[in-house]
Structures are given as structure tokens and as C-alpha cells.
Design a binder for this molecule. Structure first.
Ligand SMILES: Cc1ncc(COP(=O)(O)O)c(C=O)c1O
Length: 414
């Protein structure tokens, strides 16, 4: 018989196995100073492309003022308790109302974390007779929600509508046998590669199949659509999204999330979502802070315009300089390179120490072996000068990568 502590000592997990060499530098780095494109890492200023502060709201003076006043007025304890029992407030209800208006749904439920919201919504929407059909590159919170499901699930190849249709045929056959229903789950924007989910085409499949569609629009809300209401608005199919999810962790530069849908569905979620019934409500300062952010998002289109000016400059500049940025049609900007894991860490080290650029790196097992993604998140507070400097620096480090300049087997940063 094994001992759990001994077992985890022997097997540290896919990322944890590198903890000793990477902790504090490649993993768990500390970015200090005011949140923005220029932050301090290990005592030195870096040009930072790794925060999902899309609209630059994290440090907007009106946001900082609203946050500070709400913290002073209410404190972070309030409300005490879960919404259902003792934690409901007018501010929570007002935010739900305003979010519903924004994303054009009848009602909304606030959730404490986006991750938990998706997982728990999936858990409470389906039972063992139901069938889930979901995209193979779904975010971990969707995969974990699917893991809780007691019934069948079919996965379709990433953004492959033909395969989605094939899986819907199988799901329909099964649901007819069990008497269950079908829930299709995908994302508005896939956060690693930046490609939008093919929502319009999936909605079209409703003409042939009977299912409900849940969309995780974590990266779409605030960045896509004429009013920033997300990928459904962008693709003109918001009506066909039955259950719409957004997080506060990205464009809102806050914490928490929400699910919007038909009034009767949201009422069901309010009374059945275990993560909300059995957990304390969002503190009021976060709710008041979210209301202020939403007000700015709705009234200051210049924030989204600036975000896209930077995004276009970055993406077209990278392509013009010969970089591969894949299929992105969102602000998420991946730069695809080839190299081993030691090469990628050496390259990131060079980029951080000698060019003062801080960006995230994605390697195996998140992407296939031999692939490196440098993932850039443009924001409304970056400048065209930041873009120019980054492309010039990338050109130099990629030249060095191709010449075998990062081949050393040692992880350089320890
Ligand atoms: C696609 C997607 N869904 C859900 C989440 C989880 O949201 P939160 O950070 O609010 O828990 C994230 C990341 O934050 C995400 O990228």
C-alpha cells in the first residue's frame, strides 16, 4: 500500500517536476510596481506582455478611486454568507442586471471565480442521462466540469465543425436512448492560440440537432463585438448562445465571473449551483468595482479601440517580420517557434535579462513537443513604441535560436 505523501514526493507532476529549477523565475515570478506594460521583475523594469489587462482598467484612476472608496465604505467582509442565506445585496443584484443588459440576456448570476462558475454550472445543468459534446482544446475549467459529469461525453476536434456534427449524431442517438438532453460547450476565444470558437457555425447546427450551447467567453468579453459584449456579438450569434459565461479576471481586471441566460435558467442556477449555494458571496468592494469597470467599458469605446490599434500593430508587425502567429483572430498573440524546452528557457532568460521583455512561454505538454509559443497579450495601455521594440528584439532572439545559440542543456535562470 502506498502513502500519499511518499507518492507525491516521487511524482511531482508535469510542471512541478521543474519546480526547483524554475521557481521564482519561470514559474511564480513576482511582477511588482503599478500594474501596466512596464513593471519591475527582480528589481529591474521590464516591458510586460503577460497580463490580461486588455482594456488597461487595472490602473485606471476612476477604477482605483472606486475600489478604494468601496473598500473604505464596506470593508471586505461584507456580505457575510452565501447569497442564498445571508449574503445578498442591492449591489450584487444591480451588477447582475447591468451585466444582463450588456450581454443581452434575461438574467445573470454572479460567481466568485470564473473557473468555479463554469465547473459548477456544468455540474448542475446535466445529469447522468445527458450527453456533453465539447471542444478538445477547452480550458481546464470546462474539462474539470466535464469530469464531474456522470453521463457520456463526446469530444470534437478543435474548432472542427464537421467533427462536431459527427459527435452530435452520436450524442443524439445516445440521448434518444437515455431520454437525456445534449449540452455543447466551447469557448469564445481560445486563450493559448487566440482563435475564436466557431460559434456561428455551431449555432447553425441547431437547425439539425437539438442541443443547448454553453460558451466560455473569458477572453472575448470586453475585447470583441461592437460594444465589447463578446464573441457572440462579434459573430452576430449572441441569441444562439444559450448560456453565456464571462470572467472578471481579464478585461475587467478584477476577480469573479458571471453566467447569463434565460431568466428561468438563471433562477435554476441560483438555487442549484453548489459552488454558490455553499460558498460566501463576492465581497461588496469587488461588486462595486465591477460596476465601475462595466460603466467605463460601456461608455469609453476608446479603450477597446486603443487595444485593437495595439493588437493590429503587433500582429501585422510580427507577420511582416516573418513570424508565425497562427490562426489568431483575437487580441491573444501567439508567436510560434521551434525548439527544445532547454532552448526555450534559455531564450526566455535572454529576453528577460538582456532585452527586458517579460512574456509568457508555452511549451510541452500544453503544446506538442518541439513547439514553443511566446504568448503576448496586448493592452490599451501599451504603446506603438513598445510594439516596435518588441518586434526588433524578437527578430534578434529568433536569429540566435535558429543559429543554435540557446542549445545549452542548462536552465539558465537559477
Ligand atoms: C477560457 C477561460 N475560462 C475560464 C477561466 C477562469 O476564470 P477565472 O480566472 O475567473 O477563474 C480562464 C482564466 O482565467 C480562461 O482563460
Amino acid at each position: 500500500m502506498a502513502d500519499i505523501f511518499e507518492k507525491i514526493q516521487a511524482n511531482r507532476g508535469p510542471i512541478g517536476q521543474h519546480a526547483k529549477a524554475s521557481h521564482g523565475y519561470f514559474t511564480f515570478p513576482k511582477l511588482e510596481g503599478e500594474i501596466g506594460p512596464h513593471m519591475i521583475f527582480r528589481g529591474k523594469e521590464k516591458l510586460n506582455w503577460s497580463l490580461n489587462n486588455y482594456l488597461g482598467l487595472a490602473n485606471h484612476p476612476a477604477v482605483r478611486k472606486a475600489d478604494a472608496e468601496a473598500a473604505a465604505n464596506f470593508g471586505f467582509a461584507m456580505p457575510m454568507g452565501a447569497r442564498m442565506m445571508s449574503g445578498n445585496t442591492n449591489a450584487h443584484e444591480q451588477l447582475e442586471q447591468e451585466l444582463s443588459d450588456y450581454v443581452d440576456k434575461e438574467d445573470t448570476i454572479l460567481c466568485n471565480f470564473g473557473y468555479q462558475a463554469i465547473l459548477s454550472a456544468i455540474d448542475c445543468l446535466v445529469d447522468r442521462h445527458d450527453v456533453i459534446v465539447y471542444d478538445s482544446e477547452s480550458h481546464a475549467c470546462i474539462l474539470d466540469g466535464v469530469r464531474l459529469h456522470m453521463g457520456k461525453r463526446y469530444v470534437f476536434k478543435h474548432n472542427d465543425i464537421e467533427d462536431c456534427e459527427k459527435q452530435l449524431h452520436r450524442a443524439t442517438k445516445l440521448a434518444n436512448e437515455t431520454g437525456g438532453a445534449i449540452l455543447v460547450i466551447t469557448e469564445g476565444v481560445f486563450g493559448m492560440r487566440g482563435d475564436q470558437g466557431k460559434l456561428k457555425e455551431i449555432v447553425e447546427l441547431k437547425k439539425k440537432f437539438n442541443f443547448r450551447l454553453l460558451v466560455d467567453d473569458a477572453h472575448g468579453i470586453g475585447t470583441l463585438g461592437a460594444t465589447g459584449a463578446g464573441t457572440g456579438e462579434e459573430q452576430n450569434c449572441q441569441d444562439g448562445i444559450d448560456i453565456y459565461f464571462g470572467t472578471f479576471a481579464k478585461s475587467f481586471a478584477l476577480i469573479g465571473g458571471f453566467i447569463s441566460s434565460d431568466a428561468q435558467v438563471v433562477e435554476y442556477l441560483r438555487y442549484n449551483m453548489r459552488s454558490q449555494i455553499f460558498a460566501k458571496a463576492l465581497p461588496i468592494p469587488l461588486v462595486v468595482g465591477a460596476l465601475k469597470r462595466l460603466e467605463l467599458m460601456r461608455n469609453m469605446p476608446e479603450l477597446k479601440n486603443k487595444l485593437w490599434e495595439i493588437t493590429h500593430a503587433l500582429q501585422s508587425g510580427l507577420v511582416a517580420a516573418g513570424f508565425e502567429i497562427g490562426e489568431t483572430n483575437s487580441c491573444v498573440t501567439p508567436v510560434y517557434l521551434n525548439g527544445s524546452i532547454p532552448e526555450s528557457t534559455n531564450l526566455i532568460y535572454d529576453l528577460r535579462e538582456n532585452y527586458n521583455i517579460f512574456c509568457s512561454m508555452v511549451v510541452y505538454p500544453v503544446v506538442p513537443k518541439g513547439m514553443i509559443i511566446l504568448r503576448l497579450i496586448p493592452t490599451a495601455v501599451h504603446t506603438l513604441e513598445d510594439v516596435k521594440y518588441t518586434i526588433e528584439s524578437f527578430t534578434k532572439i529568433v536569429g540566435k535560436l535558429k543559429a543554435g545559440g540557446y542549445m545549452s542543456e542548462e536552465i539558465a535562470a537559477t
